[in-house]
Design a protein around this ligand. Structure first.
Ligand code: PEP
Length: 251
């Protein structure tokens, strides 16, 4: 039976200038000089660096964007389409990150539209879901997460055009992570919901964990059942830290 192909993805958010090329260059060097990891490696820089970084894309290192518009082109000042992203040589795009849901009021429906646009452009859509601290404290984690999954993952999803990232909002950039047991419970629920909706395909859609992943906790988190990699924010900005997380897939 096919298994999900793990991914360690770095989300640089609104960080990085031209000089940051040295960090991705260092990630590339680690990948070519150290033991080949059993995961795919992806870096999602800001749009301003996408073209430059995509020139470094290789079989070992994929490049992705952090958002796209749901239309392929048109009068949308300041927006970037999935076709434009694909045109740079990038192969992934994050959609529905909790910071976009919060800062820009993005709904599940909008996120689903962006995922469809990404898939139509030949990109792999990383669809983010996750509960806030209040929702967790109210005991609503599973209903929120599965509701977001159902609303944000389009019917066109399959194992080669979609990745799901579970990111508890309260764990992003805070240094706090759920217990291993809680991560296992949420990922198992996501896996069941994917299989219920997509059958066999649902069993191979990668499910990433995101939220304060760092070299010191990556190994434990990446070995939880149904965790197929990580979406990493802060610790992806320095090549040595990011490589320390990739190490979880070098054993
Ligand atoms: C993220 O924003 O996707 C993220 C997981 O951030 P951090 O690793 O910094 O918590």
């Amino acid at each position: 039976m096919a298994v999900p192909s793990p991914i360690v993805a770095g989300n640089w958010k609104m960080n990085g200038l031209k000089q940051s090329f040295e960090q991705i260059d260092a990630v590339s060097s680690f990948l070519s000089s150290k033991t080949k990891p059993t995961c795919r490696v992806l870096i999602c820089p800001p749009f301003t660096l996408l073209n430059q970084f995509a020139s470094l894309a290789s079989d070992d290192l994929a490049i992705g964007a952090q958002d796209c518009h749901f239309n392929a082109s048109g009068a949308h000042t300041g927006d970037i389409s999935a076709d434009m992203i694909a045109d740079t040589g990038a192969t992934f795009v994050i959609v529905g990150h909790s910071e976009r849901r919060a800062d820009h009021g993005e709904s599940n429906e909008l996120v689903s539209g962006k995922a469809v646009a990404a898939q139509s452009a030949g990109l792999n859509a990383i669809i983010c879901i996750g509960e806030t601290e209040d929702e967790r404290d109210a005991g609503d984690t599973l209903s929120i997460v599965i509701g977001q999954l159902e609303g944000s993952v389009p019917a066109s999803a399959n194992a080669s055009n979609t990745v799901v990232a579970y990111e508890p909002v309260w764990g992003i950039g805070t240094g706090r992570t759920p217990t291993i047991g809680d991560v296992a419970t949420v990922h198992a629920a996501i896996r069941s919901a994917l299989i219920k909706r997509f059958g066999e395909q649902g069993s191979t859609v990668p499910i990433l964990y995101g939220g304060s992943v760092k070299p010191s906790n990556a190994d434990e988190l990446m070995h939880v059942e149904n965790v197929d990699g990580a979406l990493v924010g802060g610790a992806s900005l320095k090549a040595t830290d990011f490589d320390g997380i990739i190490d979880a897939y070098r054993k």
